[in-house]
Design a protein around this ligand. Structure first.
Ligand SMILES: Nc1ncnc2c1ncn2[C@@H]1O[C@H](COP(=O)(O)OP(=O)(O)OP(=O)(O)O)[C@@H](O)[C@H]1O
Length: 281
């Protein structure tokens, strides 16, 4: 569905450095990383809203620029900023967007407007951040897209609606020919719905793996400070020390179990643990 191969983009003070990852059909991939890591830049490059300096991006097996029109017809896109004309109503804006899509489904759109409690006659500028996001989601989901790409779709949404969105996304990929790629800071959302996680830090991909593989290959290790010395510290990706002991993230924690035995406790990490320890070191 989506192939990113050795893609780079240089800004004056930031480099998206030779990134690669793939997303197959039938799956949800979450894209995580700290502020300024390069998530929006990557998404803009995929959508050709920014020009890449080098590398290859294929969507549905086709070059994303050579086949831009065809490819975009099959993408549902949700951007983190509102790109609507603020003075128009929801209905007027919809009338502008709908003709761009070959498979626009008016019934589906009207169902989402109703489900999301939106009002056709309301002006975009009068919508709250969450309502704008709902409108954006309604348009992205109303033209039978095969690939949904979203930049932080759940930011600004309350937990109840967020859960509703996650359920909708989950139902979309029950059709095995569809996929979803979205960036988020809310890693617990990904623990619920994502099949794959791609983690970007400082313009580089740290990993792009199945969620289960990610959560199984790391461990949060807890123990007494006396266990830490120059050598044992090297076993950890990141360590947090307190007065009484330490907590650290390690890859392949079973190796540490062999070294320390019952002196340490190993817990399953959350995606947030993995992100924080990897970024802070
Ligand atoms: N058009 C641009 N010109 C110059 N630098 C840019 C441009 N767009 C983004 N950047 C820089 O690229 C880096 C990555 O930004 P990007 O928006 O991709 O991060 P992000 O991971 O989406 O962050 P956030 O989680 O805060 O949304 C930042 O340092 C930003 O300042």
């Amino acid at each position: 569905m989506l192939e990113i191969k050795n893609v780079s983009k240089n800004f004056e003070k930031f480099k998206l450095n030779d990134i690669s990852f793939n997303l197959e059909s039938g799956y949800i991939m979450g894209f995580i990383g700290p502020n300024g890591a390069g998530k929006s830049t990557t998404i803009k490059l995929i959508m050709n809203l920014l020009k890449k300096d080098s590398g290859e991006i294929k969507i549905f097996g086709k070059d994303h620029i050579d086949f831009e029109r065809e490819v975009k017809n099959r993408i549902g896109f949700v951007y983190d900023e509102s790109y609507f004309y603020e003075d128009l109503t929801i209905n007027q804006m919809k009338n502008i967007i709908a003709p761009f899509y070959k498979n626009w489904d008016e019934k589906m759109f009207s169902k989402y407007i109703k489900d999301f409690n939106l009002d056709y006659t309301q002006k975009i500028k009068k919508l709250s951040k969450g309502m704008k996001m709902k409108f954006s989601l309604a348009t992205a989901l109303s033209h039978n897209a095969d690939l949904i790409i979203m930049d932080e779709p759940t930011s600004g949404l309350d937990p109840i609606f967020r859960r509703e969105i996650l359920d909708i996304l989950y139902s979309v990929i029950q059709d095995e020919n569809k996929s979803i790629f979205f960036s988020t800071h809310i890693t617990t959302d990904l623990e619920k719905v994502a099949d794959y996680i791609t983690f970007i830090n400082n313009g580089e991909i740290v990993f792009s793996k199945s969620k289960d593989e990610v959560l199984e290959s790391y461990g949060v290790v807890k123990g007494g400070k006396d266990l830490l010395d120059g050598d044992t510290r090297k076993e950890f990706i990141g360590i947090r020390e307190t007065n009484v002991g330490f907590e650290g993230l390690a890859e392949n924690p079973q190796r540490l179990k062999k070294i320390f035995g019952s002196e340490i406790l190993i817990e399953r990490p959350t995606l947030e643990d993995i992100m924080i320890y990897s970024v802070r070191r």
